[in-house]
Design a protein around this ligand. Structure first.
Ligand code: COA
Length: 195
């Protein structure tokens, strides 16, 4: 599969990428999570291992290519609930190419691929380890649903990116990364056909 997205970015299946493209993907993953999620892929070896796992035959793994053919962002999908639900994991765009619609194009490409595979829903968890939202640094067992309803983005947390693309917050895992560091769970229906 290879197609032009609305923003004219070429999207390929990363498992068909060459060695340099796989290395680009590992570098972007490592660099993208370093600041706000220090435990995620702290070095290139852990990032290369993640790329290897994400490009396994039972996964969806799509990469956006720049004009020179280098990977400038990528996205993964993991099947669960007998293929009805796919977890979006991971998602990253090279810092130099952000805010140009590449992340949105990759999510759209994943939605299409999931629907073609017979999936109904995409879910994801987006951690807040650095109090980037009002759900970080508080006790979520206190007024849980009010806190979720009143969430605000304090420091460019990516939950707003997913909201722009039609995902809804469907819950939280309180203390997922330690006390006061929740995982924000989001979901989107990607097909209207009955299954
Ligand atoms: C989150 C990320 C993938 C977004 O990629 P991107 O290519 O910059 O996103 P897009 O340009 O397609 O953005 C689509 C929309 O979301 C908005 N948006 C993007 N990132 C945002 C953020 N962090 N906070 C608020 N809004 C954001 C954009 O402004 C744009 O809005 P518009 O439709 O009004 O123009 C990218 O910033 C990234 O790789 N971040 C580091 C890793 C990360 O956070 N991954 C997700 C972890 S769950």
């Amino acid at each position: 599969m290879s197609h032009k997205t609305p923003t004219d970015i070429r999207v390929i299946e990363l498992r068909n990428g060459n060695a340099q493209q796989l290395e680009d993907a590992a570098r972007i993953l490592h660099e993208s999570f370093h600041a706000n999620w220090p435990d995620a892929w702290p070095d290139m070896d852990s990032a290369r291992e993640e790329v290897r796992e994400c490009t396994a035959p039972d996964r969806i793994c799509l990469a956006a290519l720049g004009t020179e053919g280098s990977v400038i962002g990528w996205i993964g999908g993991i099947s669960s609930y007998h293929g009805k639900v796919w977890e979006l994991h991971p998602m990253c765009v090279d810092q130099a190419y952000r805010k140009r619609g590449i992340g949105a194009a990759l999510v759209a490409a994943l939605e299409t691929a999931v629907a073609i595979a017979g999936g109904v829903t995409i879910i994801l968890g987006t951690d807040d380890e650095q109090s980037q939202t009002t759900l970080g640094g508080i006790d979520l067992y206190d007024e849980l649903w009010t806190q979720i309803q009143n969430i605000r983005n304090l420091k460019e947390h990516p939950y707003s990116f997913y909201e722009r693309l039609g995902f809804k917050i469907v819950g939280v895992v309180p203390d997922a990364n330690g006390i006061g560091k929740p995982d924000i769970m989001m979901a989107k229906r990607v097909t209207s056909s009955p299954s």
